[in-house]
Design a protein around this ligand. Structure first.
Ligand code: ATP
Ligand code: MG
Length: 464
């Protein structure tokens, strides 16, 4: 068993004052009960670099059942990866996991590529702290903070890499990326958010195996695509995904429009939109998730419109949106409601730039659930392109008067789980003539009544 490099309290900046008090209580209780209690993963990395961790994960040699017995307010969750959630007031959850060992050949199944396939499918065998460090993705994510001694324990060279500001995989990058291709996206994301460099072998490995990204589960990839945008380092992350060729694998349509050297006239605006979104996130402003997705899809819509060349009337725009959005939504397994909102948001963006709030038909837009989202997208677009400033101000005034403005700091994507936060109930959707995304049936499987014909005129054509 290897001995870790031990950085005593005096040699590192992690003070207990920076650790979440509930996480600290868990660590102490584990320790008093005779178990090891370590702060693990991202929280150690963030505290070592003077950042505020998003969450404080805990590692221990106590087994899930033993952890469960120590904390009455806890639950064992997960099948593939059994760990314990400890619950606190205000909905806070601290994750406590038993140390695991890296997967071995027996844990992986031969799959599509025969014996070549080393994709991890099982990851639940308990191990030592050292083994737990070795199964982690990058050296900077493999550090432990030990509550018994207040020391940082380094089995993987993470402290040196933090000092050298380098992202390096633990072990051979080709193997680690083939085990879990999402790690390639994460490497770029960590490099972007920490402003670190990616180590040469790691970059070489991405070039070699980036095609394996296609094997990753679509919802995980979708989550990775949105996370940096939500958290305020989207521009830098997408730049790295594009430069390493990863974006060309997962979203080739987008990469074609925005990559270095692309001749697309929308390229600069796209990058400015992401930078603008990041900057707003930095000041605590909320940007609804469908607007962020809308920003990603906008260069594709513009590209398609440009290629069509003809007059862009409403039906054509709708057809273009279907054509652009559907294949990507399918590939990324985006939830129907999200797709629905994104399409509305992109469609409404066009209307907001064409009409003024003084038009009666346009004013009705304000009552739609996707109006603030579309306005948010218009705001990003307008600031990035220098166009439509007047329209933006006029619509913002209308929204402020309607009292529906998303307050700065109120983050819809985090305050409530996404669809509930933004999606109106199905009854509201059908009242506004928009067919439910489930097709001819409502969510509970009943057939929907046909829409009223005649009578009230449609203010927006239906989007399916
Ligand atoms: P943040 O939560 O701030 O985005 P993080 O480092 O905590 O950053 P998580 O996704 O929460 O990232 O993961 C927690 C830890 O679990 C990581 O620090 C890393 O040690 C380990 N980990 C996460 N994903 C993987 C993976 N795909 N392969 C190996 N280890 C991983
Ligand atoms: Mg985390």
């Amino acid at each position: 068993m290897a001995v870790p490099r031990i950085i005593p309290r005096a040699g590192h900046p992690i003070s207990r004052g920076y650790i979440d008090p509930d996480a600290l209580r868990i660590l102490y209780r584990l320790h008093r009960a005779g178990y090891q209690g370590y702060l693990v993963g991202g929280s150690v990395r963030d505290l070592m670099t003077g950042r505020t961790p998003k969450d404080f994960d805990i590692g221990t040699n106590a087994r899930p059942q033993e952890i469960r017995r120590l904390f009455r307010n806890s639950r064992i969750i997960g099948r593939r990866f059994r760990l314990v959630h400890v619950f606190f007031d205000g909905g806070k959850i601290v994750e406590v996991s038993t140390f695991r060992r890296p997967p071995e050949a027996a844990d992986t199944e031969p799959g599509g590529e025969g014996a070549e396939d080393i994709l991890i499918r099982e990851d639940n065998t308990f191990g030592t702290p050292e083994e737990d460090a070795l199964r982690r993705d990058f050296t900077v994510n493999g550090l432990f903070y030990d509550i018994a001694t207040f020391a940082v324990l380094d089995y993987v060279g993470g402290v040196d890499d933090l000092e050298a500001r380098t992202i390096r995989t633990i072990g051979d990058p080709v193997i680690r990326f083939r085990e879990d291709p999402v790690r390639m996206l994460r490497a770029c994301e960590f490099a972007a958010r920490l402003d670190f460099r990616m180590e040469d072998d790691l970059l070489q490995a991405i070039e070699e195996v980036r095609g394996e990204m296609r094997k990753s589960a679509a919802p995980r990839v979708a989550e990775e695509l949105l996370d940096p945008l939500r958290r305020g380092w989207g521009a830098e992350t997408y730049r790295r995904w594009s430069r390493t060729g990863l974006l060309a694998v997962i979203l080739p349509e987008l990469d074609r429009e925005i990559a270095d050297g692309s001749a697309s006239p929308e390229r600069e605006t796209f990058w400015r939109m992401l930078a603008e979104a990041d900057q707003r996130r930095g000041t605590g402003e909320a940007i609804p998730e469908p607007a962020l997705l809308g920003a990603l899809l906008l260069p594709l819509v513009f590209g398609a419109v440009r290629r069509e060349r003809g007059k862009l009337d409403a039906p054509r725009l709708l057809a273009t949106l279907e054509h652009v959005v559907n294949p990507i939504a399918l590939r990324l397994s985006l939830p129907n409601q999200t797709v629905h909102l994104v399409k509305h948001c992109l469609y409404t963006l066009g209307r907001l730039t064409e009409t003024r709030p003084s038009d009666a038909s346009a004013r009705r837009l304000v009552t739609k659930a996707w109006f603030p989202i579309a306005l948010s997208l218009l705001s990003l677009y307008s600031h990035a392109s220098g166009r439509y400033g007047e329209a933006l101000t006029a619509w913002e005034e209308v929204l402020a008067r309607a009292g529906k403005k998303v307050r700065p700091g109120e983050d819809l994507s985090h305050a409530a789980p996404f669809p509930e936060a933004l999606v109106p109930p199905p009854a509201l959707l059908s009242r506004h003539e928009i067919p439910l995304p489930t097709g001819g049936r409502t969510e509970d499987g009943r057939k929907r009544r046909p829409h009223r014909r005649g009578g009230r005129r449609r203010s927006t054509p239906a989007i399916r």
